[in-house]
Write a protein that binds this ligand. Structure first.
Ligand SMILES: [Zn+2]
Length: 177
């Protein structure tokens, strides 16, 4: 019995390998042709079975809660470096995108320090740039904006009318001196 099953598996594997390209091509075409129908079917299924599905997922989550927590814990420990690097890369990308959006509001394709927008007679206007570029809150209410700021700007959730790009030095414009 199990031999037969194994043979079947072997046969299917060999068949797949021999016709791989063709199978993938055909499946892709079929999926494309049927995508609307399949989507409609799933939507209808979810609509008719929403209660049942909710119960099922709840029960499943309850039953596997410990397993899931352990798995996540293990996954985090084993992939810590990699996950943190990914997180850092994502944060840097979001920040860069955010800075670009703010720069564009001032007509700049590439972010640059806009110390020329400081008040006319501000002493820092004549100081050379120094340090990393930052997003400057022109109305000075940056503190309440700290959480998810870059994300909000990059996704368009937060407008940029009151923002500009300044270097670390020129951003001191509103400090007491
Ligand atoms: Zn500057």
């Amino acid at each position: 019995m199990s031999d037969c099953h194994e043979n079947d598996k072997e046969y299917h594997r060999a068949y797949y390998l021999a016709h791989r390209e063709e199978i993938i091509r055909k499946n892709t075409i079929r999926a494309r042709e049927n995508s609307d129908r399949v989507r409609a079917y799933h939507q209808e299924y979810r609509r008719l079975n929403s209660k049942k599905m909710k119960l099922y997922f709840q029960r499943y989550a309850r039953k596997h809660r410990r397993e899931k927590a352990e798995y996540l814990q293990r996954y985090w420990t084993e992939h810590k470096q990699e996950l943190m690097a990914k997180q850092r890369a994502y944060a840097a990308k979001t920040r860069a995108h955010c800075m670009e959006i703010i720069a564009q509001r001032w007509g700049d394709a590439v972010p640059r320090c806009r110390f020329d927008t400081l008040p006319e007679n501000h002493p820092l206007r004549h100081a050379p740039c120094y340090g990393k570029l930052q997003a400057d809150h022109m109305n000075g209410d940056g503190a309440k904006d700290r959480r998810n700021f870059y994300c909000a700007v990059a996704s368009g959730k937060r407008g940029v009318e009151d923002l500009r790009v300044l270097c670390r030095l020129h951003q001191l414009w509103n400090q007491q001196y």
